[in-house]
Structure formats: structure tokens, C-alpha cells
Design a protein around this ligand. Structure first.
Ligand code: SF4
Length: 452
């Protein structure tokens, strides 16, 4: 660890992309804290500026270039020299090639090189060379690093990295490598330790948590892991992401039977058309997906199902799209992340010709969003008049006197902060809220218990 050389330096981290990146950023932050660095909220005050990048969508590349370039016009930092470091998926994918688009980057560290971030940054302060590490076998374990959690009540717990699925549109397996599971014991010990220090909720993270353990133990052990984590004393367990082709009956049973596993499943469907699913190399059909939904609802009738959907995959016809719309209605999603297909160089889908006009794709996107708004609204209506336990995460962005938190089904819930009370009395604690309003994207009501 580069302790002395970085002591007292200020750092700023900006993160793009998924939860895995957020967690990687927590590790980088933890490592810099351990070196004696101080976090600041303004890049102008930072000796070290770190960008944690995502390359799932093309717009992310342009944003990164813009952010790096904007560092050039910042005032000189406290130490006189500013080191700009780029980590995450774009760093892994482009390595030195990133310098073609941005010329003021001192450190490039790939997704396998997080454990080396402080050494690379220290070296960059000492000379004017570029320090680049993107080797897939970069030694050191990121999961053994200290990390700085954004909150004291929630923790991301990576259970595996990488992905073996090679969906035809996705760059992730090329930049995060193949599936690599942590040991069962290491994960359970980590969650036990988190529960002991007061963490109320953990989110188990992986690109495809359902295949957890397959690489290490020869067969998936995710259901067993859920049961073991459920014994640690942590009150709320969530997980993401979950590939439909690997969701096993024993996992559904564990979700139904372990009280701490929250009644929410993010099950990315991507398309409702079997033909497009085949082109996407998703390895399930529309019927397979609907049958899974049926099995999950049979065990957990009120579960919140959320999903990811891509609109405008190359060759998608109106008929294919209508199948997506009807599937979304049939499932009744509580929420969906909807994306317009983004062509990623190097993926098989990038070679599929497509002449669908942009306006047609945009129109489909709007129609899908409108269906999801309807299903989300309907999903929330069942909570009217109910008492819901909510983990308080802060206050509403629009109103500092309105508490905001999450229900077990991951719905955002608001309730007024009592007169004279402070957010600190509630933050990271669970309160009951009597729901009297149910909108498309949130519930609201009144406090019905003290925080616990
Ligand atoms: S499951 Fe498919 S979409 Fe998800 S990370 Fe793996 S390749 Fe990408």
C-alpha cells in the first residue's frame, strides 16, 4: 500500500454505470482512505480525480472523454499536481488506446487491477509517465481490499465477478472476464461481520448471481448461499443480477423460505420475442420466461418483479416489439429499466445489419415506457391502506422534511419527518409507514412507529 506518498492528498471519484462499478468505486475509495487521502466533493479541490467507467452504452465513452477534458480547465490542486485516473470497463477495454481520445490521463487501471490502484497513483505523482495496468491476471484480490461504504446501513457484497453468457449485444464478458466466484465461507463471514457492525441490508452482487459457485464448486450454490446469509442476522437481503436461464427452483424456494430475502426479483427479460431472444443469445424463450414468472409468483405471490428491456435490437420488427409489450403487461412489472439498443463494437450483434428508422425505435420506446408506467402504477395500488416497514435512506430530493426509504419490495416510500425530529434519528433505521397514496414511482403515508 502506497501509504506515505499519498498521505494528505485529496481525491474525488465519479462513477458511471452499474452497481458493480459503484462497489468497485467503494473499494478504490477505501484504498485511498487507507493511504491517508481525504475525499472531497469537488474535482477542483482534488489532487486525484478518479473516473470509474462503464462501456455498456456508447454515450458513456463520450461522457468520459468530456469529463477528462474538463479536468484540464480546473484550477491547480492543493499539492500542485493533479493525477487523473480512469478505472472500470472502458479502462479494461481500451487500455493504452484510451489515450487516443484523452491525453491528460495519468493512470489507467482495468477491472482486474483495482488492488493496485494506490501504487499506480503513487507512481504517477513521482514521474510524468503513464501508468497502465489492464492485465487479466493482475495479482491481488480486490475483495480483500478495504472499502469505504457510502452508507453505514447498506453494503454491496460482491459474490462473483465476470460473466460467461456472451449475450450477443453485451461487452461485459470481454471487459470483466469469465465468472469467478468468491468462496462460500468468505461471503458468509463478510455478511456476518457486516450484520455485527449494524448493517441492516446487503445486496449480493454479480453479473449472474444464479450461477454463483459453478466455476469454483462445479455446480451453482446460490440457493444455499441465500440460506446461509439468511442465518447471519442481517435483516434485509437483496441480490442482482439474475439471469432467467439459471434461475433454479431451489433458489425460488430459498427466496420464499428465508425471511430476510426481500420479495423483489430483478429478472432481466430484454425482449418478449423468442426470435429476438435467440438473436440476443439469451438461451430462453418467451414461454420459458413466463413459466418462471409463474413459478416465482406461485411461491411468492406478491413479489415485485423488475426487469431490463432493450428496444430496437437489430432486426426487431413491429411484431417482435408487440410481443415485448404484451409480455410486459402480462408480467405486470413493478419497474423496468428500458434502453434503446446501443451498438458495441466487438460484439456479435454489432455485425447484424439494421435499417429500422430511428423515429420508429423512439416511438416503440415511448410506447413501452407508457406500458411500464401503467403496470408500475397498478402494482403500487395494492399497498394502499397497508402498513409497510421502510428502511430510511434519507429525505426526498424535493422536500428535506419528507423522509424517504425503501419497502421490502423496493418501492420508494415517503412520510413527513415529525416536527422537531432530525433525519439522524431515522437514517438507516426501519419505520412503519401507513400508506395512503400510491403513485407510479412512489408510495407515501404517515409514520406509524418509532424508528428501530
Ligand atoms: S448475462 Fe448477458 S447481459 Fe448480463 S453481463 Fe452477461 S453477457 Fe452481459
Amino acid at each position: 500500500m502506497a501509504m506515505r506518498a499519498l498521505q494528505g492528498k485529496t481525491y474525488f471519484i465519479r462513477t458511471f454505470g452499474c452497481q458493480m462499478n459503484l462497489h468497485d468505486a467503494e473499494r478504490v475509495s477505501g484504498e485511498l482512505d487507507a493511504c491517508g487521502c481525504l475525499s472531497v466533493s469537488d474535482p477542483a479541490e482534488a489532487d486525484i480525480v478518479v473516473f470509474m467507467t462503464c462501456c455498456v452504452r456508447e454515450a458513456a465513452d463520450q461522457r468520459l472523454y468530456g469529463q477528462c477534458n474538463s479536468c484540464k480547465s480546473l484550477p491547480a490542486p492543493p499539492s500542485g499536481k493533479r493525477v487523473v485516473a480512469v478505472g472500470g470497463c472502458i479502462a479494461q477495454r481500451d487500455g493504452e488506446g484510451l489515450l487516443v481520445n484523452v491525453d491528460n490521463v495519468n493512470v489507467i487501471f482495468g477491472t482486474h487491477a483495482i488492488a493496485h490502484v494506490s501504487e499506480l497513483i503513487e507512481a504517477a505523482f513521482e514521474d510524468d509517465e503513464r501508468h497502465i495496468l489492464t492485465a487479466e491476471d493482475a495479482s491481488g484480490s480486490a475483495t480483500a481490499m478495504p472499502w469505504h461504504r457510502a452508507t453505514s446501513y447498506h453494503a454491496w457484497v460482491p459474490i462473483m465477478t465476470g460473466c460467461n453468457n456472451f449475450c450477443s449485444y453485451c461487452i461485459v464478458p470481454y471487459v470483466r472476464g469469465r465468472e469467478k466466484s468468491r468462496t462460500f465461507e468468505e461471503i458468509v463471514d463478510e455478511v456476518t461481520g457486516l450484520a455485527r457492525i449494524g448493517v441492516r441490508e446487503v445486496t449480493l452482487l454479480g453479473q449472474n448471481v444464479n450461477s454463483y459457485g459453478r466455476d469454483r464448486y462445479g455446480a451453482p450454490r446460490f440457493a444455499e448461499l441465500l440460506r446461509a446469509v439468511g442465518e447471519t442476522g442481517v435483516e434485509r437481503i437483496r441480490f442482482t443480477s439474475s439471469h432467467p436461464k439459471d434461475l433454479l427452483p431451489e433458489t425460488i424456494a430459498a427466496m420464499a423460505e428465508v425471511p430476510a430475502v426481500m420479495p423483489h426479483l430483478h429478472l432481466a427479460v430484454q425482449s418478449g420475442s423468442t426470435r429476438i431472444l435467440h438473436e440476443m443469445n439469451r438461451r430462453y424463450t418467451r414461454e420459458d420466461y413466463l413459466s418462471l414468472v409463474h413459478q416465482v409468483r406461485e411461491r411468492i405471490p406478491e413479489i415485485a418483479l423488475t426487469t431490463d428491456i432493450i428496444v430496437g435490437f437489430p432486426g426487431e420488427t413491429e411484431e417482435d416489439f408487440l410481443e415485448t409489450l404484451s409480455l410486459a403487461r402480462e408480467v405486470g412489472y413493478a419497474q423496468a429499466f428500458t434502453f434503446i439498443y446501443s451498438r458495441r463494437e466487438g460484439t456479435p450483434a454489432a455485425r447484424i445489419p439494421d435499417d429500422t428508422p430511428r423515429e420508429v425505435i423512439l416511438d416503440r420506446f415511448d410506447r413501452l415506457v407508457s406500458v411500464i408506467e401503467d403496470t408500475a402504477f397498478a402494482f403500487n395500488q395494492v399497498e394502499l391502506g397497508r402498513r409497510v416497514p421502510v428502511l430510511v435512506e434519507g429525505t426526498s430530493k424535493k422536500n428535506p422534511h419528507m423522509l424517504q426509504g425503501k419497502s421490502p419490495k423496493n418501492q420508494t416510500v415517503h412520510a413527513p419527518l415529525p416536527e422537531g425530529a432530525s433525519l439522524d434519528d431515522y437514517l438507516g433505521r426501519i419505520v412503519d409507514i401507513d400508506v395512503d397514496t400510491a403513485r407510479t414511482w412512489y408510495l407515501s403515508g404517515s409514520l406509524a412507529s418509532d424508528p428501530r
